[in-house]
Ligand binder design. Structure first.
Ligand SMILES: Nc1ncnc2c1ncn2[C@@H]1O[C@H](COP(=O)(O)OP(=O)(O)O)[C@@H](O)[C@H]1O
Ligand SMILES: [Mg+2]
Length: 441
């Protein structure tokens, strides 16, 4: 499992080590340059002092420093190219070198040689290059040693500091763990580090939405139970009547009432299921391109017997082909509920028109009727679940417009109720984004 703590520890230690080694390399280079200058100067000084010594006396008699730990080597050559003096016979110095400075490769590594001519004699002072490397390396080591020694302590400090920094995450995990569907209180977001705040805010947002969804579910179940109780109570009464019925005619009337009651209860249940399916949490069907005119014609055909029974004029006026991106079944339910309401609440011999058209780059479906309409101050509330207008007549569940609203919201559309085309009546107008223009859901 990946760990921020471990990642930071190794990352930071790696960076420190890299910086230290870079620094050491820089020190080494610098020290080498300075040592080169210094040692070269020393070689020259030594050669000059030898020459001055040898000036009056033969070079061979010059006292040569012979101590083993003396790392210089001195050679003196005579006029005939014969070596007169060698300070360290074991040091295999090259036989000859150019005058001035030169670096010479030998069997025992590179040597730096300074050669000087004084009349017939050539004085050479030499020193192994490894001396310079040794000193420079020592200088570099001196700079990294303290850091290397401190490295374990540094690692421990990083470990502890990062642990401290990550503590709010542990606190949040514990707080989230403590939440249950019954206690969805938001997490405390005071004194939080800046980096963790977005996480907590997102979690709180989720908790809030979860709480709202749970509350609306609770409300929904309570409403549904209450709403189902009414037809079921009526059914029980009708069943009792059926039981007590005397004679075939009375029994038939009672039985019809029972059947009617069952139909109503089934309608409520079906509408409840439809509404539940429109909830965004219900794992909605994927959206596809839907053609609205065909869909409207289909709905009209389905409801035609209902309209004909009331001698109503139901049909499409204006049918502009419209394509929207959406859930075909949801859109069918939407149109069906609007047309069903129009047919249901409009008196006999009334008129219901459905039209589709484009307005301001959006798709519009309009259902108008010649019925009683809905007063302006109730046009919001009719969208509430189970809300039915008083004196609206029997048969409904009060869920139709709630379902319509849910479908419209899922499709990022709008719905508006307005006066009908004539003196009376209702116009229900649904506006949806055209296919291709809808933002992804
Ligand atoms: N076209 C309409 N004309 C008049 N009243 C309407 C119309 N559509 C809806 N209503 C009123 O709005 C209420 C809510 O409608 P709805 O949500 O479809 O429930 P339901 O039709 O099951 O009663 C209805 O009870 C009715 O009073
Ligand atoms: Mg209805």
């Amino acid at each position: 499992m990946s760990s921020i703590k471990r990642q930071l520890l190794f990352g930071l230690l790696g960076l420190v080590l890299a910086a230290v080694f870079l620094g050491a390399a820089a020190v080494y280079r610098q020290a080498r340059a300075e040592l080169d200058e210094l040692f070269d100067y020393q070689l020259r000084q030594m050669a000059l002092s030898l020459r001055d010594q040898a000036f009056g006396a033969p070079a061979a008699t010059a006292p040569g420093p012979a101590a083993e730990d003396f790392d210089f080597a001195i050679q003196v050559w005579g006029a005939d190219g014969v070596r007169i003096y060698l300070s360290r016979p074991q040091a295999a110095l090259p036989a000859g070198a150019r005058l001035g400075y030169e670096t010479v490769e030998t069997d025992v590594g590179a040597w730096r040689v300074f050669s000087l001519r004084q009349r017939e004699l050539v004085f050479q002072v030499a020193q192994p290059m490894s001396m310079r490397e040794k000193f420079a390396a020592a200088a570099a080591l001196r700079t990294i040693a303290p850091v290397l020694l401190l490295l374990p302590a540094l690692g421990l400090l990083i470990w502890l500091t990062v642990g401290r920094g990550l503590r709010p995450l542990e606190a949040i995990a514990a707080a989230v763990q403590a939440r249950t569907p019954a206690t969805l209180a938001p997490l405390a977001d005071r004194r939080l580090p800046q980096e963790v705040r977005p996480l907590v805010e997102a979690l709180n947002d989720l908790l809030r939405r979860l709480g709202a969804a749970l509350e609306s579910q609770r409300q929904f179940v309570a409403d549904a139970a209450h709403e189902l109780r009414t037809p079921l109570t009526a059914l029980r009464l009708q069943a009792q009547l059926l039981e007590r019925a005397a004679g075939d005619a009375e029994r038939k009337v009672a039985l019809d009432a029972v059947k009617e009651g069952i139909t109503r209860a089934m309608h409520v249940v079906e509408q409840l299921l439809t509404l539940a399916r429109q909830e965004p949490e219900a794992g909605a069907r994927p959206f596809a391109e839907v053609e609205l005119v065909g869909l409207a014609r289909l709905v009209i055909a389905e409801l035609m017997p209902f309209a004909e029974a009331k001698a109503m004029d139901l049909g499409m006026v204006g049918a502009e082909p419209l394509r929207v991106t959406g859930d075909r079944e949801g859109l069918r339910v939407l149109i069906a509920n609007l047309v069903d309401n129009a047919v249901r609440y409009t008196p006999e011999r009334g008129r219901v028109d459905v039209s589709t058209f484009m307005a301001q780059g959006e798709a519009v479906i309009e259902v108008t009727d010649s019925g009683p309409g809905i007063p302006a101050d109730e046009r919001e509330r009719v969208f509430d679940r189970f809300y039915r207008r008083v004196g609206g007549g029997a048969g409904g569940s009060g869920l139709g417009l709630a379902i319509v609203k849910k479908v419209v919201e899922r499709h990022r559309g709008r719905i508006a109720l307005a006066d009908g085309p004539g003196e009376r009546g209702l116009t229900a107008r649904v506006t949806l984004p055209l296919a291709g223009t809808a933002p992804p859901t």
